[in-house]
Design a protein around this ligand. Structure first.
Ligand SMILES: [Zn+2]
Length: 488
């Protein structure tokens, strides 16, 4: 039985770190409830440190023992105690950089093992460290009492401030916690780290024009301002809507959202991704472009909406789905598209008049629930045939969509020859050796781009359902416009 549970529920972790999913069996959920209780009462005695998680396990030798506290959890969320050691001793540099110095001094009091003896897990509510049912019951009682006290005080506190509005938003827990930290000035910004004497330089590393406070980082840095104005669209030109107060700015975003009457707001996601991008730049030296940051936020929002929707569908089985979904399925012939919740589809089209005139390309990315999500269009130099414009439109769509990180995409277009050839090449898993027409280079590029992403496929559709992409391509051709990608 234990082996069955191990294989099914925690193949890659230990029992104490395993979790229950909604579809887990009753027996397993009961076990997990027990282990969660037990893990509250455990302390870890550092041995060979292979398994102890720095930010989660109670391993600091205090009374009661506790995990390390922030700020480093942001930078190294999966850190094990063994990572804090270097050649058998504590790595002083890490101890300085990623934790508060009170915690660091407790760590220095732990002497690393020299014989590589294993970590010891011990129960902290009995003298001999051995678990008893009576002490477990006692702990459960205490925890539920503490939790209700905590809930009361938190509720009183948030009722009167901006955070209650965030709390009531339909956004993931991690994002609520992020905003809670923003509003309580608890983010490890350069300003806060300098105050704690962890950093010397408190400048914003993105603009180097001001101190990196929470408000600067999120709202006043010109990088962030551009992100907000691009993603929310209708700010008055030239003037920033943001003040010097984080609270006021959050209020502004929330009222902006109400005004727009969107069901789930993008704003909480944008802020979270500004913070993530800042960390990527600082700690991974990874510089994301502004469109990439916005795009990640929109993807996150979309995934969140999808998950809300699929939960809703589960609870509302039997109810008919109304709205855009039906409109769409009416206009596409049966069996052409069969999408799962996490899939996207991208309609692609070209617009061509003659071999001497500017042509146009357009593409539209839809979510599985048939909402337009992202679109792109451009005018391109003249091509000899309309098929070449179609091929360029597809190549361009694949390259942008793939670059932006979508990898469950069905690309749909109405150019029969192109899609037949792609279908043939993909089915036979051949590289385009047999293709000697002008299409060869396009096919090679498209295959190369999609080979790296296993879940990309191509579907031929009839041209009467490809109207949106067709319109985009035509408009771009007529306006002779540059490449425009927009989020909707
Ligand atoms: Zn800045």
């Amino acid at each position: 039985m234990a082996r069955v549970f191990k294989a099914k529920y925690f193949p890659k972790t230990s029992l104490l770190k395993a979790t229950a999913k909604t579809n887990s069996s009753y027996a397993w959920k009961s076990i997990i409830h027990g282990t969660q209780l037990i893990s509250h009462g455990l302390k870890y005695i550092v041995g060979n440190r292979a398994q102890i998680e720095v930010w989660n396990d109670n391993w600091l030798p205090l009374n009661p023992p506790k995990p390390l506290s922030e700020p480093g959890a942001y930078m190294f969320p999966h850190l094990k105690v063994s990572d804090l050691l270097y050649q058998g001793n504590w790595n002083e540099e890490l101890l300085h950089c990623i934790m508060n110095q009170e915690d660091a001094s407790h760590i220095r009091n732990i002497r690393p093992t020299i014989t590589r003896s294993p970590d010891v897990i011990s129960w902290m509510h009995t003298k001999d460290g051995v678990y008893t049912v009576k002490s477990g019951y006692h702990l459960q009682h205490k925890l539920s009492h503490d939790a209700s006290l905590l809930v009361n005080s938190v509720q009183n506190h948030i009722a009167s401030n901006t955070f209650s509005k965030i709390w009531n938003q339909q956004v993931p827990q991690k994002i609520k916690h992020f905003w809670w930290k923003c509003l309580h000035n608890a983010l490890p910004t350069a300003e806060n780290l300098k105050k704690r004497r962890i950093l010397r330089d408190d400048n914003c590393q993105r603009c180097v024009e001001a101190i990196e406070s929470t408000n600067h980082l999120l709202f006043q840095c010109r990088v962030s301002q551009e992100i907000w104005s691009l993603s929310l669209g209708s700010f008055h030109s030239g003037t920033s809507p943001f003040s010097n107060s984080v609270h006021q700015n959050v209020d502004f975003l929330l009222s902006f959202n109400n005004h727009q009457r969107k069901d789930v707001s993008i704003s909480p996601f944008i802020g979270w991704h500004i913070w993530k991008a800042r960390n990527d730049l600082l700690f991974k030296n990874k510089k994301l472009s502004i469109p990439d940051i916005i795009n990640k936020a929109f993807m996150d929002l979309q995934q969140w909406k999808d998950s809300l929707l699929s939960n809703q569908e589960k609870t509302e089985t039997g109810k008919s789905q109304k709205g855009e979904k039906q409109v769409f399925t009416k206009s596409v012939s049966k069996g052409e598209l069969n999408l799962k919740a996490n899939e996207y589809y991208c309609f692609v089209d070209g617009s061509w008049v003659s071999p001497t005139e500017i042509a146009g390309i357009g593409w539209v990315l839809y979510t599985a629930n048939h909402k337009v999500f992202l679109q792109g269009s451009a005018s391109i130099n003249p091509t000899n045939t309309p098929l070449e414009v179609e091929a360029e439109a597809l190549r361009s769509a694949v390259s942008h969509v793939v670059r932006l990180g979508y990898n469950n995409v069905k690309f749909c277009g109405d150019a029969s020859t192109l899609f037949q050839k792609l279908g043939y090449v993909m089915e036979k898993e051949q590289k385009c050796q047999n293709e000697h027409s002008f299409l060869a280079t396009y096919l090679q590029d498209i295959m190369y781009l999609s080979h790296t992403y296993a879940n990309i496929s191509f579907v031929k559709i009839s041209c009467n359902v490809n109207t949106t992409a067709d319109k985009l391509a035509k408009e771009a051709r007529i306006a002779k416009s540059g490449y425009v990608i927009s989020w909707l």
